[in-house]
Design a protein around this ligand. Structure first.
Ligand code: ATP
Length: 491
């Protein structure tokens, strides 16, 4: 499918017009790769993060063996000791190849020139214009540098984190020592990350500041499992990998990415990092490109990160499998206990499965999928074009809007009372301005799943009209039962 620039233009305009996404520091001309979320965008993002946290951390699905999964959360600092980034490999290896054009002075990712419009003539791609003079590629580190403390010299250089994952690894021992988690378990974190992307583009898709939702799931590698009866049925590292790969794919489907624009792609052996056994990308066909783009990566990282941090920090980050040792110790002569219990399979660095998602890319995919143009009848029953964001109700920034049909006969007071009651439980919106059709249309455009109208009949029997955003079906519900009715549908 070719890129649909007209679709993107309409979506970007809607996001600006209705307060989902603004250009950062817009009154000063903006700044490339940075975005602000407006009043509705912030609700959308909050819903995504809350659902992720709820579904992955506070109420995760049971594991492949049907047992409850242990998950805990963290919120680490954005700036960490720079050694973290030496150990993780980011200082030496987190770089993209960059080319410069001597003509337009533009800088581009060498692997993306074929899909990057030339600043001199956007109908052509970089390098295709007669005047383009591209340099040889050179490597460019994507980490944002800063200084910590009063001195600005090499001793005070620090980095804004380019991912949240490393904060989890460096706290692995803290979590082990201060909680009662036992393998397998996961540590989750949501937070800002920063990458000095050479070419921030495609709206919020590739930004320089963005939010990630990451899990490091620590488990035993198959060979670390004991071979006796006690390990029968124990879930292997590859089974955990498959589990998370599927759980994360299904999560997007559950919240509305139902179309064939979502796919799960297993990386080929040539794409895998040297320490990784397997990796799958969850990808979405965004309208700005004719190729699928990554929403989330689910990677089997072996014990690479813990090995590196143990090496660079000098701190023992191994896990002691007390349960396995208790079950087995009688097999060994007591004089060997001390030595054996401190070796594999009883003491080891756990294997890690990492589902790593981006909040902003998820928000953009949900917006793209939700954007629909259809027709709805106006007050005279005539079909009129409408724009509607068909968000999953749990993602919708506003859950319900309440209107008085007219501003007289006590309708505004009844509507206001319903609104005040509902807003204690969900994001609600009150609107008494303009024709009722326009008020519906405004709510459709921001994806509000239900609109409640207080009308003449309310004055007689206490019922209100509830209109469904997608089917446009209307039903009457007594005003006392509106909250229960909505709760049933919103979950
Ligand atoms: P890409 O290849 O698109 O640059 P990546 O493979 O470098 O992405 P990861 O390092 O795996 O990305 O980061 C995990 C997730 O963080 C991505 O799947 C994406 O959702 C999000 N992410 C990464 N870089 C950006 C960015 N520049 N802007 C917005 N989100 C990002």
């Amino acid at each position: 499918m070719p890129a649909d620039t007209a679709f993107m233009e309409k979506l970007v305009a809607l996001c600006k017009r209705r307060g989902f996404i603004y250009q950062s520091s817009e009154i000063y001309g903006g700044i490339g790769g940075f975005w602000d979320y407006g009043p509705l965008g912030v609700e959308l993002k909050r819903n995504i993060k809350d659902l992720w946290w709820h579904d992955m951390v506070t109420n995760p699905p049971d594991g492949p063996d049907g047992r409850e999964i242990q998950m805990v959360g963290l919120d680490c600092s954005i700036i960490m000791n720079p050694k973290v980034w030496e150990a993780s490999g980011h200082v030496s290896g987190f770089q993209d190849p960059m080319v410069e054009c001597k003509q337009c002075k533009g800088r581009f990712r060498a692997d993306q020139v074929a899909t990057t419009p030339c600043p001199l003539k956007p109908s052509k791609m970089v390098g295709q214009h007669d005047k383009c003079q591209l340099t040889e590629p050179r490597l460019f580190n994507l980490m944002n540098k800063t200084f910590v403390g009063a001195l600005e010299d090499t001793s005070s250089v620090a980095y804004l984190r380019p991912e949240t994952a490393q904060g989890i690894f460096v706290n692995f021992k803290n979590v082990l020592d201060t909680t009662r988690v036992k393998l397998p378990f996961g540590i989750a974190q949501i937070g800002k990350s920063f990458r000095n992307e050479i070419n921030p583009r495609n709206y919020t898709f590739r930004s320089r500041e963005f939010e990630q939702m990451e899990i490091e799931f620590f488990c035993k590698k198959a060979t670390e499992r004991r071979s006796d009866e006690a390990t029968k049925g124990e879930v292997t590292d590859m089974e955990w990998y498959q589990f998370w790969r599927n759980v994360r794919h299904q999560w997007y489907i559950r919240y509305g990415l139902k179309s064939d624009k979502l796919r799960l792609r297993d990386q080929g052996p040539e794409e895998l990092a040297h320490y990784s056994k397997a990796c799958a990308d969850i990808e979405y066909l965004f309208p700005f490109s004719d190729e699928f783009q990554e929403l989330e990566g689910v990677a089997h990282r072996g014990n690479f990160d813990l090995t590196q941090h143990a090496k660079f920090s000098g701190v023992d980050l191994t896990y002691f499998d007390d349960e396995a040792w208790q079950a087995d110790q009688a097999k060994y002569p007591p004089e060997q206990h001390k030595e054996i219990k401190n070796q594999e399979p009883y003491r080891f660095l756990p294997t890690v499965i990492e589902p790593s998602a981006g909040v902003d890319r998820s928000a953009l995919a949900f917006l793209c999928e939700a954007y629909t143009e259809d027709q709805a009848p106006d007050e005279k029953g005539q079909p009129q074009p409408r724009v509607v964001l068909k968000f999953h109700p749990k993602l919708a920034p506003i859950k319900v809007a309440v209107f008085p049909l007219v501003n007289r006969e006590g309708m505004p007071d009844i509507a206001a009372a319903i609104y005040r009651d509902l807003k204690k439980h969900m994001t609600a919106f009150f609107d008494d301005k303009g024709a009722i059709g326009r008020r519906y249309r405004r709510q459709d455009e921001v994806g509000t799943p239900f609109c409640i109208t207080v009308d003449g009949q309310t004055l007689q029997d206490g019922t209100v009209t509830i209109r469904d955003r997608d089917s446009l079906a209307q039903c009457r519900v007594h005003k006392e039962h509106v909250l229960a009715w909505l709760r049933e549908r919103l979950g």
